[in-house]
Design a protein around this ligand. Structure first.
Ligand SMILES: Nc1ncnc2c1ncn2[C@@H]1O[C@H](COP(=O)(O)OP(=O)(O)OP(=O)(O)O)[C@@H](O)[C@H]1O
Ligand SMILES: O=P(O)(O)OC[C@H]1O[C@H](OP(=O)(O)OP(=O)(O)O)[C@H](O)[C@@H]1O
Ligand SMILES: O=C(O)c1cccnc1
Length: 496
């Protein structure tokens, strides 16, 4: 069989986009008759990326799409049937493959909408349903949500640095982690705050605005800069941005102005110039002065060259006159943090008699890595202006006490009583009910607008890049106490 083109991007079925152990466990559960035991898993990360104070949830729409198309094709089953164990016997017997063929997705999925700001330990997704199915979803859901959330968060930080009025163009495809990394990054970058992408397939697939300038090679293909700019303006008289740094940046700006004058005489306006090297603060100030003096104060100044949020902040502090930021490598590769460490943990199992729940916990040497048992919801308390004040994780499967207290899961001495009647909203919303979609997803542009409102609603101390203030996320006290009991019950008490 030839490998699918585009590294499987267009494979008719993506059921096999998983780790082998999900399938070996599935077989084991099926063999033990445990496949339909009801289970609850949470998908969450522990620490916000980039040493930042928050993350922007993303990836849900891709997860929904994957879940709705989840089925094992004949090719998938033939491949699984061909796998052999170390003794040469089939890894998966035919009757299990027949079970997979008929498997229908019947889980409940609750999720935090894309664009919502989220913090460590908060479930972004909660999956409830037959154990075999819920387990089988782990890898793909993590793959989608981890990367999308990572890049959306990076884009939100770049937006924070650029401010609400500047434009951000995502230019990263050539430096992305493969085709799928590039496509996914363009989507997430837009969701997190970029205005447009240079990635044409992402534009087509996700409906993103596509934008761009031209390369140095364009200028190098003509006898001189003026000819190159003139030719580009002929092709795109109302959509030209000239790259001015091929030879000498300020001479390039003067040449751009000459051509812009001729364009104006013919009823067209130059859109912008792009700076791609040198001291971007100095050159942008000089370029702005030259353009303004010549009567081109509406011509935009685009900058590119390894930009990221700290550099953009610094350039602004230096008085740079850049109004459009072309950001590639650092954004689409999340350069300073390779991955978001989201995890997927079992938190509840139906009791054998089917009437109650066993809440489950994964212990760890580090308390920060010990999971939270229960069927969790995140309640976000708001102040009078509707700004987030603190989040509370609680177990929806047990009644909430009258008086609520939030406990820091990493330091039980830090507690906050909840003001009676304090306004709140709950973050996890039903998306699938027994495998049937019950939520109409917002458009990507709506999720992007939500992300901007969400980040803006955070305290600037939580948003700042350097040593941000930790936003309070607590366990509801009775959940905290229950979790402590469970830890004590599970951990061997060895004599000193
Ligand atoms: N005023 C500035 N303050 C801080 N960093 C800047 C400033 N101007 C540019 N930079 C950044 O410094 C880095 C190096 O810039 P430089 O012009 O030397 O790049 P380069 O890639 O070597 O140029 P070229 O593309 O000509 O090879 C880039 O990441 C650029 O964004
Ligand atoms: O710097 P990034 O944030 O990744 O933005 C994309 C870069 O891609 C292009 O450069 P090109 O591939 O021509 O190489 P260059 O770095 O030599 O300019 C463009 O001129 C930007 O500099
Ligand atoms: O359109 C551009 O200017 C562009 C596109 C990709 C990479 N660098 C720049």
């Amino acid at each position: 069989m030839n490998p699918a083109p585009l590294s499987g991007l267009y494979a008719p079925s993506l059921a096999l986009i998983t780790d082998l152990y999900q399938l070996t466990m599935a077989y084991g559960y099926w063999q033990q008759g445990l496949q339909d035991r009801e289970a609850v898993f949470h998908l969450y990360f522990r620490k916000a990326p980039f040493q930042g104070g928050y993350a922007v949830a993303a990836g849900l729409a891709l997860a929904v799409d994957w879940l709705e198309n989840l089925r094992f094709s004949d090719d998938d089953l033939a491949y699984l049937g061909s796998l052999r164990g170390s003794k040469g016997t089939p890894l998966f017997p035919p009757d299990f493959l027949a079970y997979l063929r008929d498997l229908k997705f019947t889980c409940d999925v609750d999720a935090v909408p894309e664009g919502t700001v989220v913090f460590g330990n908060e479930p972004l997704l909660r999956i409830q349903g037959p154990l075999l199915q819920a387990q089988l979803l782990e890898t793909a859901l993590l793959t989608l949500v981890n990367f999308q959330t990572l890049i959306a968060t990076k884009a939100a930080r770049i937006r924070e640095a650029a401010g609400p009025h500047d434009q951000i163009l995502e230019f990263g495809l050539r430096r992305a982690q493969g085709f799928d990394g590039g496509l996914g990054a363009s989507r997430a970058a837009y969701l997190g705050g970029a205005d447009a992408t240079s990635n044409v397939l992402a534009g087509q697939r996700y409906g993103l605005p596509v934008r761009g300038t031209h390369a140095h090679s364009w200028v190098m293909s003509f006898a001189d800069e003026e000819q190159a700019f003139t030719a580009y303006a002929q092709a795109f008289p109302d959509d030209s941005v000239f790259l001015v740094d091929t030879y000498d940046t300020l001479d390039g700006v003067r040449h751009a102005i000459e051509v812009a004058r001729k364009m104006r005489a013919q009823g067209h306006e130059l859109g912008g110039i792009r700076l791609d090297s040198g001291d971007l603060a100095y050159l942008s100030r000089e370029a702005r002065a030259l353009l303004d003096e010549a009567g081109f104060d509406k011509v935009r100044i685009v900058a590119s060259n390894d930009l990221e949020e700290n550099l953009i902040t610094s350039l602004k502090q230096q008085g740079a006159r850049i109004d459009t930021w072309g950001v590639g490598t650092q954004l689409v590769t999340a350069y300073n943090q390779a991955a978001l460490g989201g995890v997927y943990k079992l938190a509840a199992l139906r009791t054998a008699d089917g009437t109650g729940w066993d809440f489950t916990i994964k212990l760890s040497e580090q308390i920060a890595k010990t999971s939270v048992p229960g069927i969790l919801q995140v309640r976000r308390y708001l102040d009078e202006q509707g700004h987030p004040r603190a989040d509370m994780l609680y177990n929806t499967a047990v009644p909430l006490p009258e008086r609520l207290v939030l406990v820091d899961p990493n330091d039980a001495t830090r507690r906050r009583p909840v003001r009676p009647g304090a306004p709140f909203r709950e973050l996890l919303e039903p998306v699938f009910c027994q495998g049937r979609r019950v939520l109409d997803l917002p458009t990507l542009a709506e999720s992007r607008a939500l992300a901007q409102r969400e980040v803006a609603s955070l305290d600037p101390a939580v948003r700042r890049f350097l040593n941000p203030h930790t936003y309070p996320v607590g366990l509801e006290l009775s959940l905290y106490d229950y979790r402590t009991q469970l830890i004590l019950a599970k951990r061997p008490q060895r004599p000193a």
